[in-house]
Design a protein around this ligand. Structure first.
Ligand SMILES: Cc1ncc(COP(=O)(O)OP(=O)(O)O)c(N)n1
Ligand SMILES: Cc1nc(C(=O)O)sc1CCOP(=O)(O)O
Length: 210
């Protein structure tokens, strides 16, 4: 499993259409993880999730479902991303097994990351680092938390307003994966945006605090 690179967030909440062509372009462009995020109250689109499962398999990417480990299990996703109000990480780990990817939101707080790892999280996510149209009200985080988090021994994810102009600094600050939605799925060319973000990981080999 690759745990360094581009983590694409397919945010069904803010995308007007299913945009599966964009998902495929982003995966072909090198994204190694894809998250399905849907905050609408319209019920689960099982067909869409099935398409995402097939596309991620085709491109060798990991499929992560936001918020709901039971849904992740039902669609045979590779893992789940859990916020602080999405239930017990320990329960999710017990249900999904040792091989599942389980991420936890930590805002800018290293203590939340420690607690999440104790409960079974396999990656920790920090943000928001920049203004985000996708989630404008997410609390802010300082990039220095990324270097601190590297000592915890699991992949470190950065999220929130990341784009081609600021991603290099965030990778240098310590992110193993950059989680990106708007700068991919609202770009004029989603495939080109993915390729450009992935190329930053080749140019930025060292991390602060590594
Ligand atoms: C990779 C990643 N990091 C953080 C989040 C935010 O998750 P959460 O705190 O559950 O908030 P919502 O996305 O549910 O609004 C995420 N989805 N992915
Ligand atoms: C879903 C999400 N969570 C965040 C957090 O800080 O916890 S920021 C965010 C939105 C990510 O999308 P974009 O790349 O368009 O800003």
């Amino acid at each position: 499993m690759t745990a360094r690179g581009l983590y694409a967030i397919y945010d069904r909440t803010t995308l007007a259409t299913d945009a599966l062509d964009r998902v495929e372009a982003v995966l072909a462009g090198g994204a190694c993880w894809l998250q399905y995020r849907d905050k609408r109250d319209t019920g689960i689109d099982a067909g869409l999730l099935g398409e995402l499962r097939a596309l991620t398999r085709t491109y060798g990417a990991q499929l992560i479902v936001n918020d709901d480990w039971q849904l992740a299990q039902a669609v045979a996703a590779d893992g789940v991303h859990m916020g602080q109000s999405d239930g017990s990480v320990a329960t999710a780990r017990a249900a999904l097994g040792t091989g599942a990817i389980i991420g936890v939101s930590c805002s800018g707080e290293i203590e939340l990351a420690r607690r999440g790892i104790e409960q079974g999280a396999s990656y920790v996510s920090f943000g928001r680092f920049f203004d985000s149209h996708t989630k404008p009200d997410a609390p802010g985080a300082d990039p220095s938390v990324l270097a601190q988090a590297r000592a915890l021994g699991v992949p470190v994810v950065a999220i929130g307003g990341i784009d081609i102009d600021n991603a290099g600094d965030i990778i240098t600050a310590g992110a193993d994966l950059i989680a990106v939605s708007g700068a991919l799925f609202h770009a004029p060319d989603s495939g080109a945006a993915a390729r450009a973000l992935c190329a930053l990981f080749e140019d930025t080999g060292s991390h602060a605090g590594a």
